[in-house]
Ligand binder design. Structure first.
Ligand code: 13P
Length: 253
């Protein structure tokens, strides 16, 4: 693996002015490392100001969601061309909060992934099991089903533009990250599912871990060759902890 990828998912945090302050802090605290790609996913309304501030940096921009249509009577939604024009390179799709709070189905997620790719946006496709699914021994089948449903109809060439984020639901916002062994096991399942069904080169697949990643546990997680980076929630809302995670990602590459 040549590069690690760290994405900060701000969720519904930071007004425009707060977003500008956080980005300025990150830009002044972080010494870019060519072995690490650092991206931020602010709320929609802050995307234009964050894009302007990132223009002369190496950091990249992600959206937290997208709708699957180009335009039309879809009140409250945002299309892939709108995000593209704002300078987004990535879009998070299928986050567990979208699935569980907003009722997004595997089919919605699959349509969004197709639409994003069609417009040259790279999906960061989130999957993960709930606690009761893990406790009843269903983790592997849940992960395989989410992968097959979310990526249905994609060609291997499309998959090269998709990043997978394994985010066990029980680890999100709970302070209980998966252990490196737990994450490594599931990342291996994801990699083998993608290589088997889409004949991909395992080295070309980027799989992030997400769920209570902190400046304290990042280095341990990154020791696993299966873990190509992190999708960070709470710890990305503070420049110091986000930059520390990014620095851990660059340590041994
Ligand atoms: P936390 O890092 O706050 O657990 O959130 C993880 C997440 O959902 C990132 O998308």
């Amino acid at each position: 693996m040549s590069k690690r990828f760290i994405v900060g998912n701000w969720k519904m945090h930071n007004t425009i002015s707060q977003a500008e302050t956080l980005i300025r802090d990150i830009l002044s605290d972080y010494q870019p490392n060519p072995s690490v790609e650092l991206a931020v996913a602010p709320p929609y309304v802050a995307l234009p100001s964050v894009a302007r501030l990132l223009a002369s940096s190496t950091m990249t921009l992600a959206a937290q969601n997208v709708y699957a249509k180009d335009e039309g009577a879809y009140t409250g939604e945002v299309s892939p061309p709108m995000l593209k024009e704002l300078g987004c390179q990535y879009v998070i799709i299928g986050h567990s909060e979208r699935r569980h709070i907003f009722g997004e189905s595997d089919q919605n997620i699959n349509e969004k992934i197709h639409a994003a790719l069609h417009h040259g946006l790279h999906p960061i496709f989130c999957i993960g099991e709930r606690l009761e699914e893990r406790e009843s021994g269903q983790t592997h089948s849940v992960i395989q089903n989410q992968l097959q449903a979310g990526l249905s109809g994609l060609e291997p060439k499309d998959l090269k533009n998709v990043t997978i984020a394994y985010e066990p639901v029980w680890a999100i916002g709970t302070g209980k990250a998966a252990t490196v062994d737990q994450a490594t096991e599931i990342h291996a399942v994801i990699r083998s599912t993608l290589t088997t069904h889409w004949s991909l080169d395992p080295e070309q697949i980027t799989i992030l871990y997400g769920g209570s990643v902190t400046a304290d546990n990042a280095q341990t997680l990154f020791q696993s060759p299966q873990i190509n980076g992190a999708l960070v929630g709470k710890a990305c809302l503070n420049s110091e902890s986000f930059v520390k995670i990014a620095e851990c990602a660059g340590l041994d590459l």
